[in-house]
Write a protein that binds this ligand. Structure first.
Ligand SMILES: [Zn+2]
Length: 500
């Protein structure tokens, strides 16, 4: 009797906890984005694996994102695999570079490039793949992710030029708290680390461990208000014993096409076990309360940037101006976030409007800007004033507003007569002047030069050979110049805020 009571009590407790969890679920959604880097254009069995996975998911009512290599799309076409193409079309189509691992890969050919030349070079080398996928699948790819860890910031403006406005991949170069963020003018689901949940495909305890990892990840995310879990695979993992590219292009190797080797294939029983485990795994995820599979397109809507459509009044701008006098970094506000570049554009435009019309505008909107293209260098010769006359500073603000409108980026330096300031010092100086203007209704006669503390680049990794650990890179490869540009682009960094 006692035991029965105990059991009944514990059942009631479980039910109560369950009810509480369910109540929380409604407020703390967990989104799962499942993506496949579809890249093996050598092994014909990869075509069948791709088709089988795409069709399995369709049958289960799950839409995934297939990031396809340009050459893979062309190979499917030339092998007459219209069935594979049709199966893929039921899902989101992304882009995963034109030839993936053929040398030189993206970060290698961009390692010494600057901002504009790097942007042009990525576009020149990669646009054909986007054109081919658009022709083959009938849609512009919605997202991109780099081959291996071959990442570079100059790819972002080039991708926007190709009509791609989302970055979906996993590596360590930049990120905020293992959740989606904005960087380079687009949504990034990247550096998700603790919110990456991948089941092994090696049979045995893979499924049990995969479910446990998913449950742990989802519960942690839910208890912190919800968010996104990223899960990725490659269709070739189901059928191969080793990666198609590792066999051919490891450590910078560049064999001619005639010498390319096929990777080894897994025994059929192992492949079948991996399909069975995977089917159970995604069904398990789909059945969790408060959990929903989302594609790249859905993520773009869920994390839409509300800052872009918002109007900022003078009192909003004063708050922003006060914050950037302390730290120049992103600011998370109610339902939206602002990058350092967003605040740069807002304060510059509002002050430029004041200079022109002698009144702060009733509403100012964000102009999307990229970060500076090179690190600031002080001018050679001349003096460094500790303050400027208002009329000289006002002219610099108007000129900066014009620069931002015509180049769509934060300037590398701001000229005040023959002197220049770094963008961070200019923003801190401008913020203080705006604060004074708002308080007194008139601009200061002397504008004191302030030092800005730019800190959003603390979310960008330091360059090191381990950051570039992909086996396809030449031995010893690392890219200090790419990471310097990455830190400059941290002006554009901010968390992506989930829209409810
Ligand atoms: Zn890949």
């Amino acid at each position: 009797m006692k035991i029965v009571t105990k059991i009944l009590l514990s059942i009631l407790m479980v039910l109560a906890v369950g009810a509480r969890l369910n109540a929380q679920d409604n407020n703390s959604p967990v989104y799962v984005t499942l993506w496949f880097d579809t890249e093996d254009y050598l092994l014909p069995q990869d075509d069948d694996a791709t088709k089988r996975l795409a069709e399995m998911l369709t049958r289960l009512g799950i839409r995934a994102t297939f990031k396809i290599v340009g050459e893979k799309g062309r190979v499917l076409e030339s092998r007459g695999r219209r069935d594979v193409i049709a199966a893929l079309k039921r899902h989101d189509i992304g882009y995963h570079s034109d030839t993936h691992s053929q040398q030189p890969t993206v970060a290698v050919y961009l390692q010494h490039a600057g901002w504009e030349d790097g942007r042009a070079e990525f576009y020149r080398r990669e646009v054909q793949g986007v054109r081919d996928l658009t022709r083959i699948f009938g849609v512009t790819p919605v997202t991109y992710g780099q081959p291996g860890s071959s990442w570079a910031p100059q790819t972002y403006p080039a991708l926007r030029d190709m009509g791609i406005r989302m970055y979906l991949d996993e590596a360590d170069h930049v990120g905020i708290d293992d959740q989606p963020f904005y960087y380079g003018g687009m949504l990034n689901v990247f550096k998700m680390q603790s919110n990456l949940a991948r089941m092994d495909l090696s049979g045995g305890a893979s499924l049990v461990n995969g479910k446990a990892l998913f449950t742990k990840t989802a519960e942690r995310l839910r208890s912190s208000g919800g968010g996104t879990i990223s899960i990725y695979y490659h269709p070739n993992e189901w059928v191969q014993t080793e990666f198609w590219d590792g066999v051919n292009f490891s450590r910078g190797a560049n064999p001619p096409r005639a010498e390319w080797k096929l990777p080894g294939t897994r025994p059929a029983a192992e492949t079948e076990q991996a399909y069975r485990d995977f089917e159970q795994y995604v069904q398990f995820i789909k059945a969790q309360p408060g959990v929903r599979f989302v594609t790249a397109t859905e993520l773009k809507a869920l994390y839409a940037d509300r800052a872009i459509t918002r109007s900022f009044r003078q009192e909003d701008l004063v708050r922003l101006a006060r914050a950037v006098q302390k730290d120049i970094t992103f600011q998370k506000l109610d339902g939206y976030a602002l990058s350092a570049a967003d605040v740069f554009s807002l304060l510059t435009d509002a002050m430029a409007a004041f200079v022109e019309r002698n009144a702060v505008p009733a509403a100012t909107k964000v102009t999307a800007l990229d970060g500076p293209a090179r690190a600031y260098a002080a001018p050679i010769g001349g003096t460094r004033s500790s303050s400027f006359r208002w009329i000289a500073f006002a002219q610099a603000v108007r000129n900066t507003a014009d620069y931002c409108r015509s180049t769509h980026r934060v300037p590398d330096e701001i000229w005040i007569g023959s002197e220049s300031m770094s963008p961070a010092d200019y923003l801190a100086t401008l913020a203080r002047a705006f604060d004074d203007l708002a308080a007194s209704g008139k601009p200061p006669t002397e504008v004191i030069r302030r030092e800005g503390r730019f800190t959003s680049d603390s979310h960008v990794a330091q360059d090191s050979p381990s950051l570039w650990g992909w086996v396809i890179f030449p031995v010893g490869f690392h890219a200090p110049r790419i990471m310097e540009l990455a830190r400059l682009q941290a002006w554009t960094l901010k968390p992506a805020v989930l829209q409810r």
